[in-house]
Ligand binder design. Structure first.
Ligand code: SF4
Length: 493
C-alpha cells in the first residue's frame, strides 16, 4: 500500500498555491492523499512567518503530533514555508521529532528529503538561499475544478519595514508571459472558468525582463483566451500601479471589476516610516482613476493600525482616507512587531490599549461603509460563480454560495437541486449585509458548465508540469478556503 500524506497550510494565497505544488510533488512520488489527515503517514506543515506568534502556533501543532509519531515511528513530519526558511535548524532543535525542514526556494526537494530522512534515520534540514526551481514548473494537485491560482512572479524587490517577505522569498523573479499563458490555457482546457494571477507585487511584473507594461499586456492576453470567464489578480502595489493597467482592466471583458489595493496607512509620515513610496494623495488618485474607468469596481484594502510612532493625527489621517476611499472591504490588522523586520526595532512601539481603541474605531467605520456598499446592491441582478466552502450555514439554510464578478460573497437559494459548484447563476439581491449579499428568491438563470460537470464527478484540473502541457485528473479535494493578501503583516480572515 502506498504511503499517505496531508498538507496543512497557513498564511496567504501564495502558500495555498505552494501547497498545491507540494501535494502534486508527493502524488507524483507515489503518495496518496490521506482520507483522514490525522492518520496520514506524512504530514507537511506549510508555514507562514507573517502571522503573530506563528512560531508558538507551529510548535504547539508539532507537539500535538508527537504522540502519533511515537506510536508510529514510520510516520514523517516535514516543515516548509516561510517560517522554515527563517528558523531553519532551530525547528529540529525545538522539535527533534521533525524529519524534514525545507525552505521557500527548494519546495521541489520535498520527496527527496523525505526519502533521505527515512533512509538515514535522521532529520534532514535543507534550506536554499535563492530560488532553485520556479514552483510553477512543478506538478500541482489543484484544489478546485472551477478556479485556479497562477503565479506570475515570486519574491519582492520592495523593502516595506513591517514585512518579512523579501528576506524569506528573495528578490522578485518573473515567469515568462508565454509560460504564464500556457498554464492559464491548460487550466481553461480542463474546464476552469476563473484564474487569479498571483505575485507579491503584480504591478512590478516585467522588471525581470525589462518590460514595464508586461502586466497590462498579460491581462489583455488573458482576455483572448476562449472559455476563461474571470480573471483576478493579487496583490498590486500603489507605487507601481500605472494607467495602462487600469485601461487593460477596463477594456478586457473577462478581467473582473475588482481591485485589492493595500493602503496600510493614510498618514504620509507613517507611509514614509513603512518605506511605502506612495503617499495618500497618490493612492486616492489611483482609486479615482480606476472608478472613472470602471465605475462598479469593488476596491478592497489592507490597513495596519498602530505602526510604531503612529500619532492620533496619523490615525485620523487613515480614517480620512478610508472615508474618502469607500472601500468595499478592508482587512484591518493591529501592528505587532515581527522578529527580523526593521519595524520591530523602531522607537515608538505603541501600548496595546491604544492600538486596540484605534482598531475598533477603524473597524466600526469600515463596517458602516461596507454595509452601505452592500445595501446599494439590493435589487441588482448579479452573475455568481457557485463555489464550495464559502457559506458556513449553507447546509442549515439550504442555500448555496459563490462570488459575484466584483468578488462580493453571495448566498442564494438555489430553488432546485441542479445547481452545482462551478456552475454560473444569475440572482437578484434582496438584502445586503455588512459582509455578504443575500438572494432568497431562487435563481433567475442557471448555466451548467464543464467546471460544474468536473466538480460533480470529482475531476480536477492540472497535475502535470505545465511546461510539459500534460494536464491530468484525480480525486476531488476537501475545500479549505484561505484567502488573503501577500502584503499584510497578518493574514487571518
Ligand atoms: S508588503 Fe508586499 S510590497 Fe512590501 S515588502 Fe512585503 S511583499 Fe513586498
Amino acid at each position: 500500500m502506498s504511503r499517505t500524506y496531508a498538507v496543512r497550510t497557513y498564511g496567504c494565497q501564495m502558500n495555498v498555491h505552494d501547497s498545491e505544488r507540494m501535494a502534486g510533488l508527493l502524488e507524483q512520488a507515489g503518495y496518496d492523499r490521506a482520507a483522514d489527515p490525522d492518520a496520514a503517514d506524512v504530514v507537511v506543515f506549510n508555514t507562514c512567518a507573517v502571522r503573530e506568534n506563528a512560531d508558538n502556533k507551529l510548535y504547539g501543532n508539532l507537539g500535538h503530533l508527537r504522540p502519533a509519531k511515537q506510536a508510529n515511528p514510520d510516520m514523517q513530519i516535514a516543515v516548509g514555508g516561510c517560517l522554515a526558511q527563517k528558523d531553519r535548524d532551530t525547528i529540529v532543535k525545538r522539535a527533534p521529532w521533525v524529519d524534514v525542514v525545507f525552505g521557500t526556494h527548494n519546495v521541489h526537494a520535498l520527496p527527496t528529503l523525505l526519502d533521505r530522512a527515512r533512509h538515514n534515520a535522521r532529520a534532514e534540514v535543507e534550506i536554499a538561499e535563492s530560488l532553485e526551481v520556479f514552483p510553477s514548473t512543478l506538478p500541482a494537485r489543484r484544489e478546485s475544478a472551477y478556479a485556479g491560482w497562477v503565479s506570475i512572479s515570486v519574491g519582492c524587490n520592495n523593502t516595506c519595514t513591517f514585512c518579512i517577505v523579501p528576506s524569506l522569498r528573495g528578490a522578485e523573479r518573473d515567469r515568462r508571459p508565454g509560460d504564464v499563458l500556457a498554464e492559464v490555457q491548460a487550466l481553461v482546457a480542463d474546464g476552469v472558468l476563473e484564474v487569479t494571477l498571483l505575485g507579491q507585487n503584480v504591478n512590478a511584473y516585467g522588471v525581470d525582463f525589462g518590460d514595464r507594461q508586461a502586466f497590462s499586456k498579460l491581462l489583455r492576453a488573458c482576455g483572448g483566451i476562449d472559455g476563461l470567464e474571470r480573471v483576478r489578480f493579487t496583490s498590486p502595489h500603489p507605487r507601481d500601479f500605472t494607467s495602462d493597467v487600469i485601461a487593460a482592466m477596463a477594456e478586457t471583458p473577462n478581467v473582473c471589476p475588482q481591485l485589492h489595493m493595500p493602503l496600510q496607512s493614510g498618514s504620509d509620515d507613517v507611509l514614509r516610516r513603512m518605506r511605502r513610496s506612495y503617499r495618500s494623495a497618490r493612492f486616492l488618485g489611483i482609486l479615482s482613476d480606476v472608478r472613472a474607468s470602471i465605475p462598479d469596481a469593488a476596491i478592497s484594502t489592507d490597513i495596519i493600525v498602530g505602526f510604531p510612532g503612529e500619532t492620533d493625527a496619523d490615525f485620523e489621517a487613515t480614517l480620512d482616507v478610508v472615508r474618502e476611499a469607500r472601500f468595499a472591504q478592508a482587512f484591518t490588522f493591529q501592528y505587532s512587531p515581527r522578529p527580523g523586520t526593521p519595524a520591530a526595532s523602531l522607537d515608538g512601539q505603541l501600548p496595546k490599549h491604544v492600538v486596540q481603541e484605534r482598531y475598533e474605531r477603524l473597524v466600526a467605520l469600515q463596517e458602516e461603509i461596507s454595509w452601505a456598499g452592500n445595501r446599494a446592491q439590493e435589487g441588482r441582478e448579479l452573475e455568481v460563480l457557485v463555489s464550495t466552502g464559502e457559506g458556513r450555514k449553507d447546509g442549515a439554510t439550504r442555500r448555496l454560495s459563490g462570488r459575484a464578478r466584483d468578488g462580493r460573497l453571495v448566498h442564494f437559494a438555489p430553488g432546485s437541486d441542479g445547481v452545482r459548484p462551478g456552475d454560473v447563476v444569475t440572482v437578484r439581491i434582496d438584502y445586503g449585509a455588512p459582509h455578504h449579499l443575500l438572494a432568497a428568491d431562487g435563481v433567475l438563470s442557471h448555466r451548467r458548465t464543464r467546471a460544474g460537470d468536473a466538480h460533480e464527478i470529482g475531476l480536477r484540473p492540472g497535475g502535470a508540469p505545465t511546461a510539459l502541457g500534460l494536464p491530468s485528473i484525480g480525486a476531488p479535494p476537501a475545500s479549505e478556503p484561505v484567502v488573503s493578501a501577500c502584503s499584510t503583516p497578518e493574514v487571518v480572515r
